[in-house]
Design a protein around this ligand. Structure first.
Ligand SMILES: [Zn+2]
Length: 151
């Protein structure tokens, strides 16, 4: 059978995780979560991959040397397609959205993050590739506590 994953040299599979030995030398361990699907006689167990971000997913994507879930892949992709003009706009949009979504955040964090908003004249991302609403959502918790309930 032809090996489908051309970026991995070998796989070590156990019930708890899959170890991907990438050609780059990177040894990525992806934990698994087992779920039950089906009803009655047709119950079966299937594994979900647990991405670095904590999401359990059916599918992982290979991007920039490692495997990640769709959302993480999309987030990395967005900052890669940015250039020096659009990157500060994206950062500003994400921070402003973060401050809006996390309305219960303390004053100290609010001041700290407000100070980090890049001073850009524009708030527009014209690129079609960056206009997807998920891209403009904050992807990190910016060192504050509490759930990122929008994710
Ligand atoms: Zn992820």
């Amino acid at each position: 059978m032809p090996f489908r994953f051309q970026f991995v040299k070998s796989l070590v599979i156990s019930l708890q995780n899959i170890e991907f030995n990438h050609y780059s030398g990177y040894n990525q361990i992806v934990p698994l979560r087992w779920i039950r699907t089906g009803f009655g006689r047709n119950i079966c167990r299937r594994p979900l991959f647990i991405c670095n971000c904590g999401r359990s997913v059916i599918k992982l994507y290979f991007q920039y040397g490692s495997l990640k879930c769709r959302r993480c892949a999309h987030a990395v992709y967005a900052s890669q397609v940015c250039d020096k003009h659009t990157r500060p706009i994206l950062q500003a949009l994400r921070l402003e959205t973060f401050l809006k979504l996390k309305s219960y955040m303390g004053q100290r964090n609010r001041r700290r993050l407000t100070a980090r908003i890049p001073k850009t004249h524009s708030r527009r991302l014209d690129s079609k590739r960056l206009s997807h609403h998920m891209i403009q959502l904050p992807h990190s918790n910016y060192s504050t506590r509490g759930a990122m309930h929008w994710r």
